[in-house]
Write a new protein. Structure first.
Ligand code: PLP
Length: 436
């Protein structure tokens, strides 16, 4: 009885006082929260009634090492007790931020050796946009300020990050965006022709997710990033890889861009850097950019967040990376990713509504179609129905319905085992059967 009254009380308070991020606001009012989570362990989340569900998207593609890691709690507690916060502005520093910066330089592709810390992915991308413009200004080219991104991209919700996001529904939330952002089709030819029509002397940078996540887990076309790298070099344009989802093992290599054999000039990171146990992000710069900043900046480097290099987040990140290494989670992501894709292919054989399936590491998608031969979609997307069914069977994942998509997306924690992959596929099989 007590439990029930507490529960309905929580539901009412939630409706009244808590405006949820990226949420179906009316449904939240009508139905209340679907889950009030209370605990996590490995790939599972438990709600306050004790219902256990598989966290098929690692919450927000971020809980890479899985839930319930006491070691991270201990690292946070020790750091808080020792030094909960001190500033890294100006010439102040502290050991967790220094150690983490050095550790990340070890993990990143060659030449990317310096990090500017933020609190998350959106702040990282906004920082990257300001940094590249600042960089070109220092080179005596202040007119190089346009940022090119890709259609179907997602880069976050800060003003710059929203403006860079190719997915229109995110931009349509606000009436006025930051100027000088453009979106191109995902081919080398489209990028080149855009640069030539705008003039390379007006373009600061190109930004891309190695694999588009929020847009529906889209792998790049063959050779795409090789072409991008060549074009950026040819026209003197900086290449920013948005590794917010793909960093820290998600795709089966430490960073997603490594899959495509090129090195960007900057990388945005967040999410998996702490597996979500504390907020943290960063922009990683090439040595060339860092050296130029040092040589050419007169006076102060005028950009910094209060929480740039938060000591507790940095201590948590260091322990998180320790675990990723100790448990070979990058390798596990690669191997289990193959297992997940095998499962998707089996579902494709079993279900008339499963169209194209794809995955790289533990980042995957299933297209829902009316007709497999023509890839024709249903008139109204049905992935939301499948997601709802899955939830009843104990599996959380997401449906993407933006811009004509009808796609199920998956990104389970990197600790997932073969048996757990099979379990996830079996639950999905039930959900698909119920909807078909
Ligand atoms: N960039 C990418 C590729 C993302 O997927 C996200 C979040 O999903 C972001 C940036 C924004 O990160 P945050 O939500 O931490 O601000």
């Amino acid at each position: 009885q007590g439990m029930i009254s507490t529960y309905s009380e929580l539901i009412e308070l939630d409706k009244k006082h808590f405006l949820h991020p990226t949420s179906p606001i009316k449904q939240q009012q009508e139905k209340g929260a679907t889950f009030i989570f209370d605990k996590g362990e490995g790939i599972y989340l438990k709600d306050i009634h004790g219902n256990k569900v598989i966290d098929g998207l690692s919450s927000l593609w971020n809980v890479n090492i899985g839930h319930g890691r006491e070691e991270l709690g201990k690292a946070a507690m020790e750091q808080m007790a020792r030094l909960g916060f001190s500033s890294c502005f100006a010439t102040f520093s502290h050991e967790p931020a220094i150690r983490l910066a050095a550790k990340i330089a070890e993990l990143t592709p060659e030449g990317l050796n310096t990090i500017f810390f933020t609190s998350g992915g959106s702040e990282s991308n906004d920082t990257a946009f300001k940094l590249v413009r600042h960089y070109w200004k220092l080179q005596g080219k202040p007119e190089k300020k346009k940022i090119i991104s890709r259609k179907r991209s997602y880069h976050g919700v800060a003003m710059g990050a929203t403006s860079a996001t190719g997915l229109k529904p995110f931009r349509d939330f606000t009436t006025s965006l930051a100027p000088d952002f453009y979106y191109v089709e995902s081919t080398g030819a489209a990028l080149r022709s855009f640069i030539e029509s705008e003039g390379a002397e007006t373009i600061a940078a190109f930004i891309s997710e190695p694999i588009q996540g929020t847009g529906g887990v889209h792998l790049p076309p063959q050779n795409y990033f090789k072409e991008v790298r060549e074009i950026c070099d040819e026209y003197d344009i900086l290449f920013i890889a948005d590794e917010v989802i793909t960093g820290f093992g998600r795709t089966g290599t430490y960073f997603g861009i490594e899959q495509f054999g090129v090195i960007p000039d900057l990388m945005s990171v967040a999410k998996g850097i702490t597996s979500g146990y504390a907020p943290l992000g960063g922009v990683i710069l090439s040595e060339k950019i860092h050296q130029d900043l040092i040589e050419k900046t007169e006076g102060l480097f005028m950009h910094g967040y209060t929480y740039s290099g938060h000591p507790v987040s940095c201590a948590v990140a260091l322990k998180n990376i320790d675990i990723i290494e100790r448990e070979s989670l990058v390798e596990n992501s690669r191997v289990m990713g193959e297992e997940m894709l095998k499962g998707f292919k089996w579902l494709q054989q079993e279900h008339s509504i499963v169209g194209e399936v794809r995955a790289l590491g533990l980042m995957g998608a299933i297209e829902i179609v009316k007709n497999k031969q023509t890839a024709q979609r249903f008139d109204k997307p049905i992935s939301p129905l499948i997601v709802e069914e899955s939830m009843k069977y104990g599996l959380i994942h997401r449906g993407v319905i933006y811009e004509g998509a009808d796609t199920l997306i998956f990104a389970p924690p990197l600790v997932i085992s073969k048996e757990e992959i099979h379990k996830m596929i079996n639950l999905l099989d039930k959900a698909l059967t119920a909807v078909e």
